[in-house]
Design a protein around this ligand. Structure first.
Ligand SMILES: [Zn+2]
Ligand SMILES: [Zn+2]
Ligand SMILES: [Zn+2]
Ligand SMILES: [Zn+2]
Length: 310
């Protein structure tokens, strides 16, 4: 079974490992993602209804409203899809509006799921969970959530709503050396004190990397003496391991796609979907509940909740 996942978000500070600082960080990131998701979702709804006679009132009922009206999941999906088709027949949405609305909606969905990942241990997780189901049903109903086969004919589950219910992520183990910025020796073995500056002669490596600042392109001239601030420099990072964990250090380090076993697809659909586009209905169905780390081995290849798109 293969899957794609994000294992580390780069370019942003790594969240604190634990304690009150981590709680505050997650709350801050989570609430701001929640606000952003609501805003993007609202912008999308306005874009799709800009030419509707009654504006937002012409939209089909939301996911939560559907849930409260019927108990049979098959009926909910059918009725939800029908009402979105009905909307599109009634309101002649122009391509530009539709494209804009779709872009905003898919963005809103991703951000709402990030909010949930940040807020998972907070009471606000319920608000984030409701929101991503609501946006997910809108995305799936209005624009479609499709499964496409890759070049080898293998189908992948990329449905953000479905993957968000797998409550585990990934933490990376990395090894690296810590060197002194002045002499480039192991920081534990050299004679320089951290935080002081030392007059040092500029050298360049064979690749042209500057010994003073570590860059290839810089203003330092070889042989000149410059003041170098002694600080730790990470060198030679190597990925050692990736661990599956219920609470990844980086809350966004989660699954992007999971391979679907062809045999399970054939079993569910009653035919080989080879080459066809499949419509995902996970995002239109009532919440399936969460899959925790302990059950991932059995469930990673789950092919349920798919059907051939006609
Ligand atoms: Zn989906
Ligand atoms: Zn040193
Ligand atoms: Zn330099
Ligand atoms: Zn759910």
């Amino acid at each position: 079974m293969r899957f794609h996942a994000r294992i580390l978000t780069t370019g942003v500070p790594l969240p604190p490992a634990g304690g009150e600082l981590r709680r505050l960080y997650l709350f801050q990131e989570g609430t701001s993602a929640l606000k952003r998701a609501r805003k993007l979702y609202g912008q999308s709804l306005r874009a799709i209804t800009v030419r509707a006679d009654r504006g937002l009132l012409d939209l089909p009922p939301t996911y939560i409203e559907f849930l409260s009206r019927s108990s049979a999941s098959q009926t909910i999906v059918e009725r939800l899809l029908f009402s979105y088709r009905d909307f599109q027949d009634k309101v002649l949405v122009q391509d530009d509006d539709r494209n804009l609305a779709e872009r905003l909606a898919r963005q809103a969905l991703d951000v709402s799921i990030s909010a949930f990942n940040f807020l998972e241990d907070d009471i606000l997780s319920m608000a984030a969970h409701d929101l991503f189901h609501e946006i997910g049903a809108y995305v799936g109903g209005m624009f479609g959530c499709e499964l496409e086969a890759d070049k080898e004919g293998v189908y992948w589950n990329r449905c953000a709503v479905s993957l968000a219910h797998r409550r585990y992520g990934f933490s990376v183990g990395m090894s690296h050396d810590v060197l002194c910025s002045v002499c480039h020796e192991d920081i534990d073995d050299c004679k320089h004190f951290l935080g002081r500056t030392y007059p040092t002669e500029v050298t360049k490596t064979v690749e042209g990397k500057c010994g003073a600042c570590g860059r290839i392109e810089c203003a330092h001239e070889t042989g000149s003496i410059v003041e170098i601030y002694s600080q730790p420099v990470l060198s030679g990072p190597a990925l050692r391991e990736v661990t599956v964990t219920p609470r990844p250090r980086d809350p966004l380090a989660r699954l992007d796609a999971v391979e679907i076993a062809t045999s399970s697809l054939i079993e569910t659909l009653g035919q080989d979907p080879a080459g066809k586009k499949l419509r995902c209905t996970c995002c239109l169905e009532p919440c399936p509940g969460f899959i925790e780390t302990s059950s991932i081995i059995e469930r990673l290849g789950d092919g349920a909740n798919k059907r051939v798109d006609s």
